[in-house]
Design a protein around this ligand. Structure first.
Ligand SMILES: Nc1ncnc2c1ncn2[C@@H]1O[C@H](COP(=O)(O)OP(=O)(O)O)[C@@H](O)[C@H]1O
Ligand SMILES: [Mg+2]
Length: 208
């Protein structure tokens, strides 16, 4: 086999389950998390993970990680980010009410961690849209801006926003800031409701 053909052949995915590409109107999107974790995880780790979590199945993928459903109300997120692992360890100790409950942070091999956390109920599309519109409101709060002013001035806030959702979201942002959780990747697709109905963030990675 010539060298060009050899280097252009992908290695078989060692992950213990198949990770489909997500679709949008333009076709399949391959999230970077898929290749990132797949390139990092060794076959030994994949075999060990499969033995340890027999019931797991694919749940989701993002730009950084891959998430499996453990089938017991919990999920397992594979990450290759030391920052996210460190934040997860801290959250496991301090348990802020604005972050999903984290049960375990395990170093699986060099540069690869598994985080076990509760499964949340994702936001519906209206809530997710509002959450993204409010993403920057925490900056305005520190400048003393009222919600009414923010809504007046911001071109992103949808006309039909609900105070009920906004109140929960603003409280969550304030709690995250107080607990020094990176805020740069907090948006509608990274939060949901825990078992008690609290709005929580489940993706605590930064965007580095
Ligand atoms: N705790 C959880 N409960 C329910 N779904 C989750 C949970 N964690 C992740 N997911 C699903 O997996 C997807 C990718 O997870 P995420 O943590 O956002 O990865 P990334 O850091 O790559 O963005 C999410 O968009 C969501 O659909
Ligand atoms: Mg995410």
């Amino acid at each position: 086999m010539n060298w060009l053909r050899k280097i252009s052949q992908g290695k078989p995915f060692p992950l213990p389950f198949d990770v489909p590409d997500r679709q949008d109107h333009a076709g399949p999107i391959i999230f970077r998390g898929k290749t990132r974790i797949d390139d990092t995880m060794t076959q030994d780790t994949a075999d060990e993970e499969q033995r340890r979590n027999e019931e797991m199945s694919y749940l989701g993928v993002g730009s950084y990680g891959i998430v499996a459903d453990l089938g017991n109300g919990m999920v397992l997120k594979y990450i290759a980010s030391p920052n996210e692992a460190e934040t997860a360890r801290r959250v496991m100790q301090t348990k802020p009410p604005c972050v999903v409950k984290i049960h375990e942070v395990r170093e699986l091999q060099d540069d690869l961690w598994g985080i076990v956390m509760d499964k949340v109920r994702l936001l519906n599309s209206g809530e997710s849209y509002q959450a993204s519109a409010y993403k920057w409101y925490w900056i305005s709060i520190t400048e003393g801006m009222s919600l009414e002013e923010f809504v007046d001035r911001s071109s992103y806030v949808p006309e039909k926003f609900t105070h009920e959702f906004y109140d929960k979201y603003a409280k969550m942002l304030i709690c995250l800031r107080e607990n020094k959780i990176p805020l740069d990747d907090v948006h509608g697709d990274n939060c949901g409701y825990d078992n008690e109905g609290n709005l929580v963030v489940f993706d605590i990675g930064d965007v580095s």
